[in-house]
Ligand binder design. Structure first.
Ligand code: ADP
Length: 761
């Protein structure tokens, strides 16, 4: 402006000199033109549209100048009047006034500026204060949305704009990138936004500085038609679309991460240099603040996501827990009962009551392994109504898996054990159900999906659960399916166990019947033996008495040839009586009526007596029968002497009977608080297998009947019963066939509680 004025003044003065006839060409008009040109350039270049500044400044200085001039004129006049115009007094007055002016000028100027500002700049912008406010926001605010919102309001308010928006670079999956305002909506209610690949963004990214709509317009006007111009025109259109008068790029580390969009000033003025400077200063600060806030946002979002995920996981756990509890309740219920029909009915009902489905059908394979049929159907008022649509009871419908004509979806599940879904009830059940019935039932129950869950035990499909749901397949949760599967597994195990239990129960029942029968038989036999023995013994005793008397010669002399016959008759009778006595003993043992009259006794006495008595028979067989006395004296035992004598008699008699040559040795020793008696022979011996059974009733070693036909197999049984009746033990040891055997028994010393034997089979 100064240069323009200078040129204008110099050129203009040429006109003046012309008047003085100095022969200088009047160039004033040209120079005024030059002056205007340079002035325009200056105004445009330096954005000097703010003509008000010039006016106010001129006004202030004009007033000041007038005031100063007036003061001097007034002083001159006053000093002339008052002090008579002496030089000294005038100088003094002038000095005082000058001093007053020097000191008063500045405050005066300030007062004047304020007054004029009030008139011309109703609210002048305090750029420093605005920048401070903006910086404070940029530096303290971490929330991106709040940050942009606060900046927008502050910018709009402080710079007196119609609007302002900060568009942030946002990446949308699949939709590319956008510069978008968080809060700012356009008239259509959509966020104010610019596409990342738009010509405007490209333009400001290249330019790197603030772009003004007006300068862009000027540029366009200066340009000839072409691609460049088109691009700029597109950018202008975009600026207009977001209603901006100014757009400023916001960079952070060379990347455009936001765009500041400022609307036109409320006053209608254009942006001043100071406005632009403010935006330029703010932009980089905002760039890093956005980056910081974005990071913060990410962290926060991550936190939010984490929270959501934790909530979801908790929900899932809760759900899982609920279904586990339900399952547990169902299984505890079903494992409590042993009635298969009740179990399946309970499960069918639980599918509706506990799991919330419409209902279910439990189907099981028959014993034949090829046909299957329903065993239970959920019992609710609605299902009962549905069942009435069937021509016959539901369990009458059976499906033969091997008949292709009877094929349905359930057959597939039975064959491969895979879970299946269908929207048609008839797919799962017709055949065997009439299709019309299936359709009617589905309609009545409003079933949308049927789930067919196999019941598998030990890799074998034994049945399936058909569950009806009023939802589409995709609406049925994974967890629900898992629960159904677990229930089917549980049911499989229960079904198998119940079937086993059923088998055991039937077998048990059969066994019980057989046992009862056997017992009855045994009792009848014992009774018969007892009665028969009693009936036999009396006459036999009579016969034997008479025979003995005859042999003794009580009825007169008898011919020797008759005597031998009578003698053998007597022997046989004695054998028979012995046998009868054995039978009677067994009867007594079985009836639990074998009683003992126990008293203290010396075992060696009984042994000696028996060895003596049986010595004759042994001698006849040329066997050596000895009693090897113990060196130490033996303690007395508390026992029934007669019965113990029977035991000894039986053992020694057997030893002689089953030994062809050699010896039979009896010995007694004190052992374990009792007395042990051994009867050792060098006879036929016994195999290990036979030993186990030998002490049972009527048991004789295999093949023994050929060696010794008259034997009952009762002697050892009775001996065992007697010894055990004394709380003793009896056993046999043998090294095998032909190696002899040792029969032993042991009786405790002192009184024993047990006095009778238990009845034994
Ligand atoms: P019995 O001798 O009348 O057959 P027991 O009950 O006394 O009946 O004996 C049962 C079986 O035990 C005998 O049949 C015989 O096979 C076997 N036995 C008993 N004592 C001996 C023995 N000392 N040596 C070999 N076998 C014997």
């Amino acid at each position: 402006m100064m240069i323009a004025s200078l040129i204008g003044f110099i050129g203009g003065s040429s006109n003046f000199f012309l008047d003085f006839n100095l022969n200088i060409y009047p160039l004033g008009n040209y120079f005024v033109f030059l002056y205007a040109l340079i002035m325009t350039y200056a105004i445009i270049k330096h954005r000097l549209f703010e003509i008000r500044v010039i006016i106010t400044r001129s006004l202030v200085y004009g007033i000041l100048l007038t005031l100063v001039t007036l003061s001097f004129v007034f002083t001159a006049f006053l000093s002339g009047q008052l002090f008579g115009g002496t030089t000294i007094s005038r100088a003094i007055v002038s000095f005082i006034v000058a001093a007053l002016i020097v000191f008063g000028l500045d405050p005066l100027k300030r007062v004047l500026s304020l007054a004029t500002d009030k008139v011309f700049f109703k609210a002048k912008i305090d750029y420093q204060e605005t920048l401070r406010k903006l910086s404070e926001i940029v530096n303290t605010e971490l929330d991106l949305s709040i940050l942009t919102e606060r900046l927008e309001t502050t910018l709009t308010q402080e710079l007196k704009l119609k609007s302002s928006a900060i568009l942030l670079r946002e990446t949308y999956k699949g939709k590319g990138e956008k510069f978008e305002a968080r809060m700012h909506k356009n008239d259509a209610g959509e966020p104010v936004a610019l596409q990342a690949e738009s010509p405007l963004i490209e333009y400001i990214q290249e330019k790197k500085h603030v772009s003004l709509l007006e300068s862009l317009e000027r540029k366009i006007e200066d340009m000839s038609e072409g691609a460049e111009r088109q691009k700029l025109e597109a950018s202008r259109a975009e600026i207009e679309q977001v209603r901006a008068a100014l757009v400023a790029p916001v960079f952070a580390q060379d990347r455009l991460n936001a765009v500041m969009v400022l609307g036109p000033k409320l006053s209608g003025d254009s942006f001043s240099n100071e406005d632009l400077q403010l935006v330029e200063v703010l932009s980089p600060q905002l760039g890093s603040a956005i980056q910081k806030a974005k990071l913060f946002d990410e962290v926060r979002q991550f936190g939010e996501q984490l929270k959501v995920r934790v909530r979801e996981a908790t929900e899932e756990l809760k759900e899982q827990n609920v279904s586990l509890i339900t399952l547990q309740r169902i299984t505890t219920d079903i494992t409590r009962t042993l009635d298969f029909n009740k179990v399946v009915q309970d499960i069918a009902d639980a599918v509706s009551s506990e799991l919330g489905f419409v209902g279910s059908i439990l189907i099981f394979l028959d014993e034949d392994g090829r046909t299957f049929r329903a065993r239970a159907i959920t019992n609710t008022p609605l299902t009962s109504k549905a069942l009435k649509l069937l021509p016959v009871r539901f369990d009458r419908f059976a499906t033969d898996m091997q008949d292709p004509k009877q094929h349905n979806l359930a057959v597939d599940v039975m064959k491969d054990g895979q879970i299946r879904y269908t929207e048609q009830f008839s797919d799962a059940l017709s055949p065997p159900l009439p299709k019309a019935a299936s359709v009617a039932i589905q309609k009545l129950l409003k079933i949308q999906t049927v789930i067919l869950v196999p019941i598998v035990v030990e890799n074998r499909v034994i049945g399936l659960i058909e569950v009806g749901a009023r939802r589409k397949q995709e609406e049925i949760g994974e967890r629900e399916i898992e629960t159904l599967k677990s229930m089917a597994d549980e049911l499989g195990i229960v079904a198998r166990n119940l079937r086993l239990f059923e088998q055991i129960r039937t077998t048990n029942e059969q066994l019980e019947v057989a046992n009862k029968h056997l017992k009855q038989l045994d009792q009848a036999k014992s009774e018969f033996v007892s009665i028969a023995s009693h009936q036999l013994r009396t006459p036999m005793t009579g016969i034997m008495g008479y025979l003995s008397m005859m042999v003794e010669g009580d009825f007169g002399r008898i011919e020797p040839k008759h005597l031998t016959i009578l003698q053998s008759l007597l022997d046989e009778s004695q054998r028979m009586i012995r046998l009868i006595n054995l039978f009677l003993n067994v009867s007594k043992i079985e009836a639990g009526k074998l009683t003992f009259s126990k008293r203290e006794m010396q075992l060696p006495d009984v042994i000696e007596r028996e060895v003596r008595e049986l010595g004759k028979i042994a001698k006849d067989k040329k066997l050596e029968l000895t009693y090897k006395k113990s060196k130490a004296p033996l303690p007395p035992v508390f026992a029934d002497a007669d019965k113990i004598q029977d035991v000894l008699l039986n053992l020694i008699d057997n030893a002689i009977k089953y030994t062809k040559k050699g010896s039979v040795t009896v010995s007694a020793t004190a052992e374990d608080g009792g007395v042990r008696v051994d009867v050792k022979d060098t006879g036929i011996g016994i195999t290990k297998e036979d030993i186990r059974e030998l002490f049972n009733k009527f048991v004789r070693a295999p093949g023994i009947a050929q060696i010794h036909p008259d034997g009952s197999g009762l002697g050892l049984f009775i001996a065992k019963s007697i010894v055990e009746g004394h709380a003793g033990k009896i056993w046999v040891e043998s090294d095998g066939v032909g190696k002899g055997s040792t029969f032993s028994f042991w009786l405790p010393v002192g009184k024993q509680e047990m006095t009778t034997t238990e009845g034994k089979l």
